[in-house]
Design a protein around this ligand. Structure first.
Ligand SMILES: Cc1cc2nc3c(=O)[nH]c(=O)nc-3n(C[C@H](O)[C@H](O)[C@H](O)COP(=O)(O)OP(=O)(O)OC[C@H]3O[C@@H](n4cnc5c(N)ncnc54)[C@H](O)[C@@H]3O)c2cc1C
Length: 336
């Protein structure tokens, strides 16, 4: 397998920042990935696992080995009266997998249509949108351990999924490379349409099916989110903050339009986009970066800028939201 030296990552991060990796490899099989991990040439270098680069903020060149697993394939491994189990390669484009599931009338991931990136990152990030999360469908995550090249399978329970979080971002961060993900999808799907403006969008279609639900979600996303081919971004820059209910009640008293989502009795999730908008950042530009005019949660790159500029802007936003509302914002993107 070729290991490239001094490799440009400009097309491999959706922000489009012009950064380079000291070394870059894109193994297409478990064997070549294991070979790469077991050789001692790169063993002492820092390693970074890269999917589609759609949740990465590179603030500098990466002085080590970037590994982008490109293991493909979708295979049905089991079937019951109600469900099918699909084993999907980490390098499969996430939305190709969603399209495949919808074409076969298997439900579970349709609300996650059009999220950029690869299947391998879906358990790491526990991607979510429109009332669904990857964890709802993931049954197993197959990995190779970076240190030894050994295979390790994590059950869904062992993945410790949380809001945009998993064990792969915590205890196993950077130590396990996802090679395959096993999903369980429903043969008689229950469509989840009560979220955001989905029902409104679905009125444009003659019937509500998995396919039209997918199309409605894609249409909404195209309107709201920048297309990385045209305007660099990593989607939502910040997570929606979870705060004590008492603080949320105080904020709602000042801004009755603020929608909150219950997390448990004492805590609620606040919409970070609303806080950022209320702090006056929506549509603001700072040199080569700025806050998207349609979606305040998204920091965009107009071209020719650096990750450090985006990071500096995010700090200013975080600071002003904290000063105005007493709420601490936490980045969703992975800052490198
Ligand atoms: C326009 C836009 C809209 C978006 N909308 C959403 C949304 O609605 N919901 C949502 O949840 N996210 C959204 N995102 C964020 C992003 O699409 C997801 O986080 C996605 O899962 C990232 O996938 P990726 O392959 O690009 O991973 P990368 O960004 O390359 O990596 C993300 C993390 O996963 C790790 N990783 C990647 N592949 C592997 C692997 N095989 N093994 C181990 N670790 C790995 C990386 O090291 C890194 O920590 C959006 C992004 C953009 C640009």
């Amino acid at each position: 397998m070729t290991v490239h030296a001094d490799y440009s990552l400009k097309k491999l991060n959706t922000f489009g920042f012009d950064v380079r990796a000291k070394f870059f490899a894109a193994p297409e099989t478990i064997e070549t990935l294991r070979e790469l991990l077991s050789g001692n040439r790169y063993a002492r270098l820092p390693q970074l696992i890269l999917g589609g680069g759609s949740n990465m903020l590179f603030c500098a060149d990466f002085d080590g080995l970037v590994i982008q697993p490109r293991i493909t394939g979708i295979e049905k491994t089991a079937e019951t009266a109600d469900d099918v189990y699909l084993r999907v390669g980490a390098g499969v484009v996430w939305d190709d997998f969603v399209a495949y599931a919808v074409q076969h009338h298997w439900g579970g991931v349709e609300n996650l249509s059009f999220i950029p990136g690869q299947v391998g990152a879906s358990p790491v990030q526990n991607i979510g949108a429109y009332g669904a999360e990857a964890k709802d469908s993931i049954r197993q995550v197959e990995c190779l351990l970076c240190a030894t090249g050994e295979r390790k399978v994590f059950t869904a329970e062992e993945c410790a999924f949380g809001y945009r979080d998993s064990i792969f971002k915590q205890a196993w961060r950077g130590r396990a490379i996802v090679t395959h993900v096993v999903f369980r999808l429903a043969k008689q799907p229950v469509l989840r349409t009560h979220y955001g403006t989905i029902e409104e969008e679905l009125k444009k279609f003659p019937e509500v099916t998995l396919q039209t639900l997918r199309e409605a979600i894609i249409a909404i996303r195209r309107k709201k989110l920048p297309d990385p081919q045209e305007l660099g971004s990593a989607g939502s820059f910040f997570k929606n903050p979870v705060v004590p209910k008492k603080l949320a009640d105080e904020l709602i008293a000042k801004d009755p339009q603020m929608a909150v989502y219950p997390v448990n009795g004492d805590y609620v999730k606040l919409p970070a986009a609303r806080l950022i908008e209320q702090a006056g950042w929506k549509g603001k530009r700072a040199g080569a970066v700025g806050v998207h005019a349609q979606q305040a949660l998204v920091i965009v790159h107009y071209g020719g800028g650096t990750g450090r500029e985006a990071l500096a802007l995010s700090s200013l936003i975080g600071q002003s939201v904290y000063e105005k509302f007493g709420v601490q914002l936490e980045p969703e993107v992975n800052i490198i």
